[in-house]
Design a protein around this ligand. Sequence first.
Ligand code: 3AM
Length: 187
Amino acid sequence: MRLFVALSPPPEALAEVAGAVGARPERWPDLRWTGSETWHITMAFLGEVPEKALPELETRLGRAAGRHAPMTLRFEGAGAFPSARRARVVWLGLAGGGTAISRLAASLAAGGRRAGAAGAEGKPFHPHLTLARARPRDGLDARPLVEELKDFGGAPWRADAVHLMRSHLGPKTRYEALESWPLTGGG
Ligand code: 3AM
């Protein structure tokens, strides 16, 4: 099964994001916009994981979560991967986590690796919420869109748990939360 670990922003924070996105999906029909019901912050991509690895994976992820403290985050700014000029992914940024959010992500990825989940090696962690993806593989010029979204700043919200998510790929990708662990460390 295809798995990743994510933060789930609270509904109020996601409502602000929806407000910021507004009617832009209609103006940018060449992008595949993510549905608000799928919005999350990916902390660690685990890739294909055999079902038999799940118990150990869950133990390790729970242990990692238990070593980190809750964080106060807010949505801020926007950008695109790999660049706004040839965007493949358009995103909103996340602020307030300092180094704690990267340390949590590294801990979760390490827990995944120890349980045999190969994940994504080498990519620097850049917390974001994916708003849209380009259809063509060579990307799309999203500079005006990123420019419009980049001044967005949301209210602070508390990230106090991580969730193990399963991707059900298809014409409309669906995510299923398999397990959650509170962030109970002292920071
Ligand atoms: O939450 P976002 O959209 O940023 O892009 C995929 C998505 O991230 C990412 O994992 C999340 C859940 O699917 N993802 C998919 N394949 C990936 C890969 N090979 C990947 N991240 C890194 N390497």
